[in-house]
Design a protein around this ligand. Structure first.
Ligand code: NAD
Ligand code: UGA
Length: 460
């Protein structure tokens, strides 16, 4: 009976970084819909129902508070929620496959397929199934086959609605997306389903920003968008290496090229490497798809984006080793930041993980500090018992030979570096993997400063 007061019942399977925030925003913007988010992880669901959400995302708690208990519900009853829903978003994880054919490149679709089979089992009428997870192009065909091979005589329509939010700005990205992309089959039922999804987004997204396309274009656009974004970072990082050899300054180069409207100024920040759960996974997936269609040149082209990212991380540690007199064994090195970017506690594929491991291989004594990611850092490095963790950057740097900035948290800009310098071993080094600190000031305090893609400032 309760259901009748809602115009539509929308379900999202997968309460992660995408499912949770996306559904919270739909619920906040559309009180007329009942939104349920389910997950097999009880811990995650309990956290979504608490004051301490399972992910850190600026502004997210305020959005959840608006709608939770009103028209937004978090539950582990996957099967019950499926039978209630008209529209089902699927936002389960699609990691890189670690076994069998395509291991290390292809997407592991076992969670997706399992979800499709559960949907069939628990449905007594047709539903709209929305691919929210990032999937290989042409997955919708496989999904449709699984969903529609049922003996209940019910039809499922599969749409592709990839998510473009970035972590750290998820709420803002969802409130004001550059575009929403909805791909459908161009059949009568496909177009009808597409209209339902357009109507949902049109509650707050202007019509001209709701793009529709065929389902394959939507699937491929998501992989392509991530590949292009990552490619820009690898491009500027490759130039950072050349800047260090030629006395050019990568910030100046980025500014000069970014003012060309055709290039644009975003995603041109040199860094110790891109991280995050998706860029590497999605590019590897693209590479695998190209290989499976015999497009080897295309595959090698995109693979180079990853090779360059690995090179940037290797090169960062090689510089540390070289300038610290070719040995860091026994030296304390403080990693400032462990999250893959600022404003998130997420450390998936964070460059800090690889850097920490390489430093440990050199027998350095690694200490990690981060305002939001220490818990994840402990999990990422749990096999290395000697690593220390300290939420206070001053304590993390105490007695250290070097600081390496891994994440561009604002707070690292405003620290009292005189106090930090005084408590460090000398000569004291700073390796700024994000070019975020005031290098001249640090040099004047006494640090030897090694930024990316520009001249080092050193006292020897
Ligand atoms: P995540 O790992 O944070 O969340 C996925 C959730 O799905 C987990 O909580 C997991 O327990 C749950 N799950 C798995 N199988 C399930 C099942 N059978 N039934 C119910 N729940 C199940 O992943 P994420 O970061 O939210 O990413 C999800 C998808 O969205 C991926 O395909 C990713 O590529 C894509 N994506 C992610 C981002 C991002 O910023 N993280 C942005 C855009 C797109
Ligand atoms: C990225 C995309 O930006 C989203 O559009 C996409 O939805 C998402 O991937 C996804 O599919 O998961 P995200 O990984 O959350 O979002 O964060 P980004 O802001 O893209 O940063 C990714 C990495 O690149 C970070 O490590 C960041 O520090 C690094 N980066 C970014 C740079 O090194 N330089 C830059 O100029 C920009």
């Amino acid at each position: 009976m309760e259901e009748k007061k809602f115009k539509r019942s929308i379900l999202c399977i997968g309460a992660g970084y995408v499912g949770g925030p996306t559904m919270a925003v739909i619920a906040a913007k559309c009180p007329q819909y009942k939104i349920t988010v389910v997950d097999i992880s009880l811990d995650r669901i309990n956290a979504w129902n608490s004051e301490s959400l399972p992910i850190y995302e600026p502004g997210l708690y305020d959005v959840v508070k608006i709608a939770r208990g009103r028209n937004l519900f978090f539950s582990t009853d996957v099967e019950g929620a499926i039978s209630d829903a008209d529209v089902i978003f699927v936002s389960v994880n699609t990691p890189t496959k670690t076994f069998g054919a395509g291991a290390g490149k292809a997407a592991d679709l076992q969670y997706w397929e399992k979800t499709a089979r559960t949907i069939v089992k628990c449905s007594s009428e047709g539903k709209i199934i929305v691919e929210k997870s990032t999937l290989p192009v042409r997955t919708a065909r496989a999904m449709e086959r699984i969903l529609n091979a049922n003996d209940k005589n019910i039809h499922f329509e599969v749409l592709s609605n990839p998510e473009f939010l970035a972590e750290g700005t998820a709420v803002e990205d969802l409130y004001n997306p550059d575009r929403v992309l909805i791909g459908s089959q161009e059949t009568e039922t496909g177009l009808k389903a597409r209209d339902v999804l357009v109507e949902i987004y049109a509650n707050w997204v202007p019509h001209e920003q709701i793009l529709t396309s065929n389902v394959w274009s939507a699937e491929l656009s998501k992989l392509t968008a991530n590949a292009f974004l990552a490619q820009r970072i690898s491009s500027i990082n490759s130039i950072s290496a050349l800047c260090e050899k030629t006395e050019a300054n990568v910030n100046e180069v980025a500014k000069a090229i970014g003012m060309d409207n055709r290039i644009g100024n975003r995603f041109l920040k040199a860094s110790v490497g891109f991280g995050g759960s998706c860029f590497k996974k999605d590019i590897l997936n693209l590479v695998y798809i190209c290989e499976s269609y015999g497009l080897d040149h295309v595959a090698r082209y995109w693979e180079a984006v990853i090779t360059m990212n690995d090179y940037q991380k290797d090169r960062f540690v090689a510089t540390m080793l070289r300038v610290m007199f070719n040995t860091i064994a026994g030296k304390k090195i403080a990693l400032f930041g462990f999250a893959f970017k600022a404003d998130t506690g997420d450390t998936r594929e964070s460059p800090a993980i690889d850097i920490a491991k390489k430093l440990i291989e050199e027998h350095a004594v690694v200490t990690v500090t981060d305002p939001k990611a220490l818990e994840n850092a402990r999990k990422d490095l749990n096999e290395f018992h000697a690593v220390q963790y300290d939420s206070d950057p001053y304590l993390a740097a105490q007695g250290a030979h070097a600081i390496a900035v891994m994440t561009e948290w604002d707070l690292y800009r405003d620290l009292d570096y005189r106090k930090i310098y005084d408590a460090m071993e000398k000569p004291a080094f700073i390796f700024d993997g994000r070019n975020t600190l005031d290098h001249r000031k640090l040099y004047e305090i006494g640090f030897n400063v090694f930024p990316l893609g520009m001249n080092a400032r050193k006292h020897f």
